[in-house]
Design a protein around this ligand. Structure first.
Ligand code: NCD
Ligand code: ZN
Ligand code: ZN
Length: 354
């Protein structure tokens, strides 16, 4: 028995402001992992076909609730996938019913299942104007799809070409810059008012682009937006641990079965739901900012979305010995690899987390 008191940290239960739960067998396999540590999550709508209408969102919400362990209080906060034919009235009534908490803009072709997304932002202005009017946030995958733009520059160019003009045209619209990966994203967010927020993923605080490419090609570190160079990772760490309310956690936990990632043309997405909280405790401890973890995971997001913080608490414990984490989970006979942070993890979520 150790005489050294164990280090623990109790925070309000976190929320995940950007989560992919998928559908069918994968949904059943991954949902319990988010439900174990998070109170709520903004659920991404990029299924095939997309969750485009209030009706689709209501049906998907039921499938998610059915996939949760008995007694789970996890609340899926639904989003609608914005297309060039989205109806402003449908969006408004889904928001009024409390069903939908955001609308998601995917530039067509920018990422996984984004082919039904938006080609011309001008075409969706009537919907965006209505959203600004009713106070419904727009979540944005902020990358241009112009093949002439280098993939490592697509976020910065999106800010200049699309986001800054949209902010000027419709400053009342609440916007979340999803999964920012660059210093440019951090600086843009910092220069905005409280109607703009930015989510940061767990993995972008931990890996830079070397993880994908140095010493062999590692598909389980490939996601979009792709991890950038080290200076950008440092800027993200600074933003996440700064206490600035505009930055909050959106894990972008994006499971794909291994055979679709370990192939000649592997898909983008990193599955972090099982070990996100342990990894974040490590990162915040490293940055001497454990006192700011709660703001990032549990307070800033609800405040942006106009929701109360969770009443339940979550306790993290630091162990002397590294904690064993499962390397993968199983979904209907297929494996899904869990994010490997490439450092030993000493933190774990206490069993009695409520
Ligand atoms: N982040 C990813 O690399 N992939 C996401 C899509 C997204 O969030 O862009 C997915 O759905 O797999
Ligand atoms: Zn995205
Ligand atoms: Zn995502």
């Amino acid at each position: 028995m150790s005489l050294v008191p164990m280090k623990t940290l109790t925070i309000r239960k976190p929320d995940d402001w950007h989560l992919h739960l998928r559908d069918g067998a994968v949904l059943k396999a991954v949902a319990p992992h988010s439900a174990a540590h998070f109170g709520r999550a903004i659920i991404m709508p990029n299924l095939v076909p997309p969750v485009a209408t209030a009706r689709d969102a209501a049906a998907y919400r039921e499938r998610i609730l059915a996939a949760l362990p008995a007694g789970s209080g996890f609340q899926p906060l639904m989003t609608l996938y914005l297309t060039e034919t989205t109806q402003a009235d449908d969006v408004e009534s889904a928001f009024a019913d409390g069903l939908v908490h955001a609308v998601k803009l995917y530039p067509a072709g920018a990422t996984t299942n984004s082919q039904s997304g938006v080609r011309d932002v001008g075409k969706v202005m009537p919907v965006l104007e209505r959203m600004a009017h009713i106070g419904l946030p727009l979540c944005v995958h902020g990358e241009v799809t112009d093949p002439a733009i280098d993939i490592f520059d697509r976020e910065a160019v999106f800010i200049d070409r699309v986001l800054a003009p949209l902010r000027q045209r419709l400053p009342e619209l609440k916007i979340v810059m999803e999964h920012i990966t660059t210093k440019d994203g951090v600086e843009f967010a910092r220069a905005q008012d409280e109607r703009l927020g930015a989510t940061i993923t767990t993995h972008h605080l931990i890996i830079n682009r070397n993880a994908i490419l140095a010493g062999g090609i590692r598909p389980h570190y490939y996601c979009l937006p792709v991890a950038k160079r080290e200076t950008h990772r440092q800027a993200l760490r600074q933003a996440a641990t700064s206490g600035d309310k505009r930055f909050f956690l959106g894990t972008d936990s994006a499971p794909h079965v291994d055979k679709l990632k370990e192939t000649a043309c592997g898909c983008a997405g990193i599955f972090t739901a099982p070990n996100t909280m342990a990894c974040l405790a490590h990162v915040f401890e490293e940055e001497e900012a454990l006192d700011r973890l709660e703001g990032f995971t549990s307070l800033h997001g609800p405040s942006f979305y106009g929701l109360p913080a969770n009443e339940q608490r979550l306790t993290l414990e630091r162990q002397d010995m590294p904690v064993e984490m499962p390397r993968s989970i199983e979904a209907d006979g297929e494996t899904i690899t869990v994010f490997d942070p490439m450092f030993p993890i000493h933190w774990k979520v206490a069993e009695n987390a409520s």
